[in-house]
Design a protein around this ligand. Structure first.
Ligand code: SF4
Length: 353
C-alpha cells in the first residue's frame, strides 16, 4: 500500500493492519525520516498504552552450561564467554533476587533457566518458587522461560499461577538453521503454542543482527503476529566473545529504533519490549525508543550487566512516562474521566442503590 508513515499509522488506527510492504518501508526509512517514523509509531503506542512503561525484571535461576548450540548465546556449552555459570538458585535466593526487582518498580518477574527444556523436577522447582513469590508479593506477574516444554508442563505452570511463558522464535523460519542446529524453528513454535493453549500469555520475540535480511526481519515479525504473542521482546545481538557471533556488528541505533517501530506498526496493541542489547545498540537513542516500545527490562540481563536501574527509571520519568503499576500510574488511573451515569433515573436500568 505505501504512503507516509503517518498515513500508515492512521490506517492501522482505523483498523487496517500494516502489510509486509509497510513494515519493509518502515525498516528501510532513510535516517533523515527517522523522527517521522517515531512520531507515527508513537501515536500507536499512546493509543494503546498511554504514557505507561511496563518494567520487567529478569532472574536467571540457572546460568550457562546449556547443551543446545544457539550460536548467539553466551550460555551454550560451545561458548567460551566468561559468564557466570551456576546451577539452580535456592528458592530463598530466587525470592530475594525477585524482591529486589519488584522493589525497584518492576511489575513482572521473569524466571529464566538455561537448558533445552525443563525436566518435571525442574518444573516442580519453579512452581514452588512461583507459589512463594505470589504469596509474598500479591499482584506480581510471573513469566517463566525454561526452554522447550514437554506435554503437560504448560498446564502445570498455569496451575501454579504462572502468567506468561517466554520462548522467542528469535529469527525468521528461513534463517533459523543458520543460528541453531540442535532444535528447529517448529520446536520453538510448538512451545509458544503449548503455552497459549494452556491459558498462559505467550511472550515471544526476536533477536536482530543475526545475519538476517530485511525481508527476514519482516517475516519474523509477521510470524509473531500470527502466533498472537502478547508480548514481543526485541533483542539486539550482543556479540559475546567466545560465541559464533563474536565480532558481528550489523546494527546502528537508528536501525534499532526502526525495528521497534516496525514491530509497533505490525502489532500495534502488543507489548513491545526493548530487551537485551538496549544500551549497547540504541545508545543515545534509548529515550526515543521508549516513545515506540512500551516495556523494558530493569537493570541487568541474564549474563550481562545493564545500565543502573536508577538510570532506567530516570529515563522513564524524564520522557514523561510512568511505570505501569506504580503509585503514580495508579493515581493517574484514578484521575481518568468521570464515568457517565447510564443507569438509574432516566434509563431502564436499576439504580446503583
Ligand atoms: S537453549 Fe537457551 S540457554 Fe541454551 S543455548 Fe539456546 S538460548 Fe542459550
Amino acid at each position: 500500500m505505501g504512503g507516509t508513515f503517518q498515513q500508515i499509522a492512521d490506517r492501522v488506527l482505523a483498523g487496517t493492519p500494516a502489510t509486509p510492504e509497510d513494515a519493509l518501508a518502515v525498516l528501510r526509512a532513510p535516517d533523515d525520516e527517522l523522527m517521522s517514523v517515531v512520531a507515527a509509531a508513537a501515536e500507536l503506542r499512546r493509543a494503546h498504552f498511554g504514557n505507561t512503561v511496563k518494567v520487567n525484571y529478569l532472574v536467571n535461576l540457572k546460568s550457562g552450561l546449556c547443551p543446545e548450540n544457539c550460536n548467539y548465546c553466551s550460555q551454550a556449552l560451545g561458548s567460551s564467554a566468561p559468564i557466570l555459570k551456576y546451577s539452580w538458585l535456592s528458592p530463598e535466593e530466587a525470592l530475594e533476587q525477585a524482591g529486589a526487582g519488584l522493589g525497584g518498580g518492576a511489575s513482572r518477574v521473569c524466571l529464566v533457566a538455561s537448558g533445552r527444556g525443563p525436566s518435571d523436577r525442574d518444573v516442580d522447582k519453579v512452581t514452588s518458587i512461583v507459589g512463594e513469590l505470589k504469596e509474598k508479593h500479591p499482584g506480581v506477574e510471573v513469566c517463566a522461560c525454561l526452554g522447550l516444554l514437554g506435554e503437560g508442563q504448560a498446564e502445570q505452570l498455569e496451575r501454579a499461577g504462572v502468567d506468561a511463558y517466554n520462548h522467542n522464535i528469535n529469527t525468521a523460519e528461513s534463517n533459523h538453521e543458520n543460528i541453531v542446529q540442535t532444535h528447529t524453528y517448529d520446536d520453538r513454535v510448538d512451545t509458544v503454542q503449548k503455552a497459549k493453549s494452556a491459558g498462559i500469555s505467550p511472550c515471544s520475540g526476536l533477536i536482530a543482527g543475526l545475519g538476517e535480511t530485511d525481508e527476514q526481519l519482516v517475516e519474523a515479525l509477521f510470524a509473531l503476529k500470527e502466533l498472537d504473542a502478547d508480548s514481543i521482546p526485541v533483542n539486539y545481538l550482543m556479540p559475546f566473545e567466545g560465541t559464533a557471533f563474536e565480532n558481528t556488528w550489523e546494527l546502528t541505533p537508528a536501525r534499532c529504533v526502526k525495528i521497534l517501530a516496525m514491530a509497533r506498526f505490525v502489532c500495534p496493541d502488543k507489548e513491545v519490549r526493548i530487551a537485551g542489547g538496549r544500551e549497547m545498540h540504541l545508545r543515545s537513542l534509548q529515550s526515543i525508543a521508549l516513545h515506540v516500545a512500551n516495556s523494558i527490562f530493569l537493570g541487568d540481563y541474564l549474563t550481562s550487566e545493564g545500565q543502573d536501574a536508577e538510570a532506567d527509571l530516570a529515563m522513564i520519568r524524564d520522557n514523561g512516562f510512568v511505570v505501569l503499576g506504580s503509585e503514580e500510574e495508579l493515581a493517574q488511573r484514578d484521575h481518568r474521566d468521570p464515568a457517565i451515569r447510564r443507569r438509574g433515573a432516566g434509563t431502564d436500568l436499576l439504580p446503583n442503590a
